[in-house]
Design a binder for this molecule. Structure first.
Ligand code: 32W
Length: 737
């Protein structure tokens, strides 16, 4: 069969087996020879970058190219020149078939250039790639620490801003090139990760027999090219050994110093006594010998330092800078860079007063009068329902204030038809909240008790509950932002514990997040939001089992130390972006596992130090747990010391994890036997009439030989399995199939 060449191809003569593509047109490897030739797509259109004010997440969106090149396999790649090494593209930066991508974990107040490439199946063969460019400047990706003035009940004017910055990595390949009796020519390579434009290099040198503090510093302006060199003069090399180090500086600050390199003295050069020719000859000879020695030293030093080098290079060039004041970025003098311990004394907070248990008033109305303000119902305008609780709905609304301005508020309403005790409990919560005033505790504005329905009016916190908020922003925050949120919660809890208030229900669902990511502790009371499966009735009271310490579960020992346990769970929820603690395990399994010493594993990308803090909160002995005060200062130290945060916790496979998960998997005797690798006794149990798990729960050691299970090892294994089932039935009353 003879056919004309397909589109965009030609044949040099008639009857060719295959047609060649015309210039700039191609066939993809998967195309058939009979397919038309196609070209690369034109560039994406209407590329825009939107920077999210709060998270500094950059959203890039674009429209498809006008020309798809005659194909239908267009895809997009994103390139970002100076993005941090751990930048995150969601869903991806490669092979995108969507028209939008989120870029997160960018540095604060930095302008980034993004290229969006349109590609298709023939792009690999073409030399031109078409792209569109856009730039975006981020806001803060750190957090602000504000201080609360207890005397004036408002923020102090001083605050601290913390953020990660990228510093240049250490310079590489530092060597001494030329050496005379008084000078040295130092050479080095530019850092592997400059993380910005290098403004200068700083050379530090000191005599080996003198302390580092007597060291001298020189500045070198970068020259073009990979190798930089600097002549260092006025040295006394005849009798002394010198140590040299170099570091790079960008506008973010100095990187770490390179490994030290040393030079050894020579005493053969005796300048003045010799003739000029002699000097030159001796100097040349000395230099030659020295160079030979140095070359040997250089290689050996290089080798002995290569380990150190690895460590330096592995050190991710991140640091923290922080500054006082409310502005996003102060003048350069105001910025304090963290040093290796990063210690700075932060102002101490004034001691708070003690909270009064309103139930001692006996009469709710008296407690309310003491601690709350009555608000007229007609000054409140309800807008929308934003949540529901056991005692009624939570709504957003506006409160008309004395100066006639409207303030956005949250209104918790008592549901119609609530009983008198319900109403009392509902309002008791308000009289607890009314005693607190702290930036990290949700603020009560007033109550409506004179008219129905009764209402509790609080400040409105823009981003709602922390657990849902984190789930909606999965993976979008820097570790320092997460630490910032945790710091807020710890600070609010420190305040509450100083007031001798025990929360009993600290959980991410009871934390509110505002527009600046500041967190506020909420929910004071007995009106528990009924989250699916979060609470378990135990002897009258409801207990959020997964968040509660063992001593509080077993003998109702609720203290600030049990709040600290819950705080550890909240830390885990935060770092895992709202994962449910202990996943889908049943409450009984959680209690048993925790009792046996099992603890939640570190969430993904969790710094070891953060995980250690969680483990500290989950100490079995409550007296060994940290206090909220300690937690706040430890978190401050973490926020100021990024090198600690860089060391991530290793996730270890915990046998108990699998054991418990296994345990909830099987539903009948057959599955149970299989889980213990004891399926050989399947018929034994079946013939004896044991099918359901409940049937075997009462079996004892004496029953097993009767069934025909005679091996002692097998008996032990099966008995252990029976005990686990019994424990499960005992603690739950759960019905087994
Ligand atoms: O977006 C939100 N919810 C999901 C969609 O709803 C339709 C949301 C946004 C902001 C807030 C809540 C949800 N903010 C907020 N919620 C509160 C609150 C203050 N702000 C919820 C409860 C309380 C205060 C409160 C707690 C205890 N007692 C009284 C009130």
């Amino acid at each position: 069969m003879c056919r004309p060449c397909p589109a965009k191809s030609h044949a040099d003569s008639a009857g060719m087996a295959e047609c060649t593509c015309i210039p700039n047109f191609y066939r993809a490897p998967s195309d058939r020879p009979s397919d038309k030739c196609t070209e690369t797509p034109s560039s994406p259109r209407n590329l825009v970058a939107k920077v999210h004010q709060m998270t500094s997440v950059v959203t890039l969106s674009w429209s498809p190219p006008l020309n798809h090149g005659g194909r239908n396999d267009t895809y997009y790649n994103i390139e970002c020149a100076r993005c941090p090494s751990d930048v995150r593209f969601s869903p991806s930066d490669r092979n995108l078939n969507v028209l939008q991508v989120n870029v997160s974990r960018l540095a604060s107040y930095t302008t980034y250039i993004f290229n969006v490439y349109a590609r298709n199946g023939v792009s690999n063969q073409a030399s031109v790639v078409r792209f569109e460019t856009v730039n975006a400047t981020t806001f803060s990706s750190g957090f602000t620490l504000r201080f609360w003035d207890f005397k004036r009940l408002r923020y102090k004017t001083d605050s601290f801003n913390f953020e990660f910055i990228q510093l240049p990595s250490p310079v590489r390949g530092i060597i001494v090139r030329k050496i005379t009796s008084t000078s040295v020519n130092l050479e080095w390579e530019v850092p592997e990760f400059p993380n910005g434009e290098i403004i200068s290099y700083q050379i530090r040198y000191y005599r080996q027999d003198q302390p580092l503090t007597d060291g001298k510093y020189l500045t070198h302006t970068p020259t073009f090219g990979n190798i930089q060199e600097k002549l260092i003069e006025n040295l006394k090399l005849l009798n002394h050994k010198y140590i040299f180090q170099v570091r790079a500086q960008t506008k973010s600050g100095f990187g770490a110093f390179s490994h030290p390199i040393s030079t050894t003295s020579t005493n053969s050069d005796n300048g003045a006594a010799f003739g000029l020719g002699m000097i030159v000859a001796v100097a040349a000879g000395a230099v030659f010998i020295l160079l030979a020695i140095l070359a040997i030293i250089y290689w050996s030093v290089r080798r002995s330092y290569s380990k150190l080098d690895d460590r330096l290079y592995a050190q991710i060039p991140l640091s923290v800078r922080y500054w006082k004041g409310k502005d996003p970025l102060p003048s350069t003098e105001g910025i304090i860079y963290s040093n290796s311990n990063g210690e700075v004394a932060l102002p101490q907070l004034t001691k708070a007063r003690t909270y009064v248990d309103p139930s001692i008033y006996g009469d709710t109305d008296r407690a309310l009068k003491e601690f709350t303000t009555e608000i007229e119902a007609n000054s409140i305008r309800i807008i929308a329902v934003i949540g529901g609780g056991e005692f009624g709905d939570v709504c957003s609304g506006f409160l008309r204030q004395a100066d006639n301005s409207n303030r956005k508020v949250a209104v918790k309403m008592l549901k119609p038809g609530a009983s008198e005790p319900d109403r009392n409990n509902f309002l008791l919560e308000a009289s607890i909240m009314g005693q607190f005033l702290h930036p990290n505790v949700v603020e009560l504005l007033g109550v409506v008790t004179k008219t129905r329905p009764a209402m509790i009016i609080t400040e409105f916190v823009a981003n709602g509950a922390l657990d849902t908020f984190l789930r909606e922003h999965d993976g979008q925050f820097t570790m320092i932002q997460l630490i910032g949120m945790l710091r807020c919660i710890a600070s609010g809890m420190r305040y509450l514990s100083e007031m001798n208030y025990v929360h009993r229900d600290l959980a991410a669902r009871n934390i509110l997040v505002d527009e600046t990511l500041d967190c506020k502790v909420a929910d004071f009371g007995l009106s528990r939001e009924k989250e699916e499966g979060a609470y378990e009735t135990k002897g009258g009271g409801k207990i959020p089992v997964r968040w509660t310490s063992p001593e509080a579960i077993s003998y109702k020992k609720f203290t600030s130390a049990s709040d600290v346990w819950s705080y550890g769970i909240v830390m885990w929820e935060v770092v895992s972006y709202g994962e449910r603690p202990y996943w889908n395990w049943s409450n009984q399994d959680v209690v048993q596992a925790v009792e046996k010493g099992y603890r939640l594993p570190p969430p993904m990308e969790c710094p070891q130090a953060t995980y250690q803090l969680m483990l500290d909160c989950w100490q079995k002995d409550r007296l060994h747990r940290p206090t909220f005060g300690t937690l706040v200062s430890t978190l401050d130290r973490l926020a100021r010391n990024p090198s600690i945060l860089m060391n991530l916790a290793k996730i270890r496979e915990n046998p108990l994890d699998t054991a418990i998960q296994e345990m909830s998997k099987f539903q009948n005797v057959e599955e149970w036997l299989e889980s213990m690798k004891m399926s050989r006794y399947r018929d034994t149990f079946e013939h004896a009439g044991y099918v359901k798990l409940r049937d075997i729960a009462h079996l004892s050691a004496n029953d097993l030989p009767r069934l025909g299970i005679n091996l002692v090892g097998h008996q032990k294994k099966i008995l252990k399995g029976i005990q686990m089932i019994r424990a499960r039935i005992d603690s739950s009353g759960e019905t087994f199939v």
